[in-house]
Design a protein around this ligand. Structure first.
Ligand code: LHQ
Length: 263
């Protein structure tokens, strides 16, 4: 039987998903994109999963779109790349951002093109020392996609976002951290263990609050201050009725560790 394109492992409440086309630096084919979306849906549907950890097999996170895939490779007739985005990448980028549990990316090597966009769209991005980010799009006549034009200026500001996107130079992990593109850089040998420890820590936290925090921050980017205050109140109202708030406060008062269980 052939190897799965996504290796899925359960580690307690953490679902580890590993992109698994190492010989092609985990470049995305339509088959890989479909398997990844299926794996995310399976994690979302499984109530025992409280955090997803995404990484790549081998020496890369992902080299982005597989440029030899018949879906995009220039041949006898031009291909509609927008359709590929509509059918595969957009559902994936949206699902990553709307998953009912936090998503940690462990960027273990190069993340190029759509590989960079998808990694940077995760909730917490950790990178190994030898990881790098390449906005490879302009080099092949395209613009950043999978949310790249939205994410980059918000993460690093317009000037740096345009520098990265127009030139497509390789950005080393340490420089990505200095720019605020990733949360932490770790020695390569420690990356997966550190990312798993962080994912386990998130899995033990009040999941609904973490996901509502992501949602509130994404929404706040579209709102003025007044509207953001009100949006916070709507989410806070819902969380205030949940078990995990009662449990968090009760545990604090009793000076014991909380047992969060909502999802
Ligand atoms: C690859 C790829 C690859 C196929 C390495 N495809 N085989 C675009 C179009 C359509 C719709 C949606 O959106 C997009 C968005 C995008 O993602 S555009 C950006 C696409 N990606 C790129 O342009 C990156 C192309 N790759 C590279 O620039 C280099 O491979 C990097 C810098 C990632 C790594 O360089 P090296 O470490 O020197 O490795 P390598 O180049 O030797 O690659 C190793 C193998 O992986 C090699 O195959 P081979 O059989 O010769 O060992 C490459 O052909 C293959 N590979 N990226 N995107």
């Amino acid at each position: 039987m052939s190897e799965p394109l996504i290796q899925s492992e359960s580690h307690g409440a953490v679902r580890l998903l590993r992109l698994n086309r190492p010989a092609a630096l985990n470049a995305f084919t339509t088959a890989l994109l479909s398997e990844l979306l299926d794996a995310l849906e399976a994690a979302a549907a499984d109530e025992s999963v409280r955090c997803v950890l995404l990484t790549g097999a081998g020496r890369a996170f992902s080299a982005g779109q597989d440029l030899s895939d018949p879906a995009v490779a220039p041949g006898t007739e031009p291909k509609d790349i927008g359709r590929l985005l509509d059918e595969h990448y957009i559902p994936l980028a949206l699902r990553l951002r709307s998953l009912p549990v936090p998503v940690v990316a462990a960027v273990n090597g190069v993340a190029a093109g759509a590989g960079a966009s998808l990694a940077l769209g995760c909730d917490l991005v950790l990178a190994g020392e030898s990881a790098s980010f390449i906005q490879a799009f302009a080099k092949i006549g395209l613009i950043p996609d999978c949310g790249g034009t939205w994410l980059l200026p918000r993460l690093v500001g317009r000037a740096k976002a345009l520098e990265l996107a127009l030139l497509g130079d390789k950005l080393k992990a340490a420089d990505a951290a200095a720019l605020g593109l990733v949360a932490r850089v770790l020695p390569d040998a420690e990356l997966l263990d550190a990312a798993m420890a962080l994912a386990q820590r998130l899995a033990a936290m009040p999941t609904q609050a973490l996901v509502a925090t992501r949602r509130a921050m994404d929404e706040a980017l579209k709102l003025d201050f007044d509207a953001a205050l009100r949006a916070e109140a709507v989410l806070q109202s819902r969380l205030g009725f949940a078990h995990d708030y009662q449990e968090g406060v009760a545990a604090f008062m009793a000076k014991r560790a909380p047992q969060f269980k909502d999802r």
